[in-house]
Ligand binder design. Structure first.
Ligand SMILES: C=C(O[C@H]1C=CC=C(C(=O)O)[C@@H]1O)C(=O)O
Length: 428
């Protein structure tokens, strides 16, 4: 684990000051600079948090990457001087994080405490500034933004195969279907990657703007060079309540509303998709059970409509157990990987996907989100996302739940539909 600059040995304590501000307009429009490494976002339907600059950060790795980050945050937040004049979830010091899908991945995990965070929740807006403790003027948004660099588009974009061509990936899916039919595993989520190259440098704000405009019901995120708009909430802990939005089972949109409504009804009745969905819901319920004093699992899923696809969705809710009181990140660690991104049974499915995909997923399909000093926070699953791997390159990912009834060619089409958000964020 490595941390900077407010690590354990920091001599000057950090001061986090939160002040109420007038409605600042669109949060994403406030981001002052194009740098992906120092820009943070977690925005849905205009509410959420954006941040920039780095007051403190930690890098973790291995099987304990989330638990180590959680412990670091507890120590770091406890050592901070906090002056919070707003006092709602998301005010005071906040850490944004993203974590690798696999404990074996080089990508490990990161928590970043931005220097500046602007938030909005249900009509209230605030500004938090984190820096070395000392007397200073009341934080102001204009001062905190500094010199604003205009947003730029990435120019010409070309897409190339990642680890596998789509034909090779289709073959790999067929082999996994055969393994499932032979009974060695029940469900495996198979992912693929595509590499985008741009003719101009990637400005993370351009991607965030397009994602938020096109997918307003998703959580538009940027943390440590990982960018996306996910429809799936791994876990939210908010004042003692826990919520998860579980997705599994997908059908593509056609653009014809009447046909899409018919397809939505078919999806809600499809035994293949309902079975796939049930495995995902069960995995969440089993992982959450020990941490909740009570929880509710809906009897049947609803159909979530997105511009590119429709999903079977279930909102699982609960009351967090007061005795253990795990933080939102500890809950994310307990839940990850759900059957919606790993498979069933999870340990075997994760082995199969690691062999079959022929790539390191990096932080795709890992937990991404934010957490406050009290442990409340929101962690999504980093789907419909890409990792900015260089000034002009982005690695895009998409995956599909494979069960015995899956058709490999249809899964290739589904993966293309799931790549659409990031492709069009780059090219629009
Ligand atoms: C793994 C992904 O989607 C998951 C989430 C929703 C529906 C899924 C499905 O129907 O296959 C996947 O389990 C992805 O978008 O990369």
């Amino acid at each position: 684990m490595s941390s900077a600059p407010a690590g354990d040995a920091a001599s000057v304590p950090l001061l986090a000051r939160t002040v109420p501000i007038a409605d600042p307009g669109d949060l994403l429009d406030l981001l002052p600079r194009p740098d992906v490494a120092t820009t943070a976002s977690w925005v849905r339907r205009g509410d959420g948090l954006v941040g920039w600059g780095v007051a403190a950060r930690v890098e973790t790795s291995g099987a304990t990457r989330m638990i180590d980050a959680d412990a670091w945050w507890r120590r770091t937040a406890a050592a901070m001087v906090v002056r919070d004049a707003v006092g709602v979830p998301g005010t005071g010091p906040v850490a944004f994080g993203s974590f690798a899908f696999s404990r074996r991945s080089q990508a490990g995990g990161t928590l970043v405490v931005p220097r500046v965070v602007v938030g909005r929740r249900e009509g209230r807006s605030w500004l938090t500034v984190v820096g070395p403790a000392g007397l200073g003027p009341t934080p102001s948004l204009a001062h905190s933004r500094g010199d604003v660099v205009p947003v730029t588009a990435p120019g010409e974009v070309t897409f190339a195969d990642g680890a596998l061509t789509s034909a090779q990936w289709e073959e790999a899916v067929a082999e996994v279907v055969a393994a499932i039919r032979a009974g060695t595993v029940e469900k495996v989520v198979m992912a693929r990657d595509v590499v985008a190259r741009t003719s101009a440098d990637v400005d993370v704000r351009h991607l965030l703007r397009n994602l938020a405009d096109q997918y307003p019901t998703c959580w538009t995120f940027a943390v440590d060079a990982l960018v996306g708009a996910t429809p799936e909430l791994l876990v939210r802990r908010d004042q003692g309540l826990v919520a998860c939005r579980v997705l599994a089972g997908t059908i593509q949109r056609t653009g014809d509303d009447a046909a899409d409504l018919r397809h939505a009804a078919e999806l809600a009745r499809s035994s293949k998709d309902l079975a796939e969905h049930e495995l995902a819901v069960q995995s969440v319920a089993e992982a959450l059970g020990p941490y909740c004093s009570s929880f509710n699992v809906p009897d049947s899923p609803f159909v979530l409509h997105l511009p590119n696809v429709m999903h079977l969705a279930s909102d699982v809710t609960g009351v967090v157990d007061r005795q253990t009181s795990p933080s939102s990140l500890a809950l994310a660690a307990a839940l990850h990987p759900t059957a919606a991104v790993g498979g069933t049974p999870t340990p075997r499915a994760v082995e199969v996907l690691a062999e079959s995909e022929r790539m390191d997923r990096g932080r795709y399909a890992g937990p991404v989100g934010w957490m406050g000093a009290d442990g409340d926070g929101e962690w999504g699953i980093a789907l419909r996302s890409g990792e900015v791997t260089g000034p002009r390159s982005v690695r895009l990912f998409a995956g599909c739940g494979i069960v015995a009834a899956s058709d490999p060619a249809a899964e290739v089409r589904e993966s293309e539909a799931k790549l659409t958000p990031m492709r069009s964020a780059l090219t629009t």
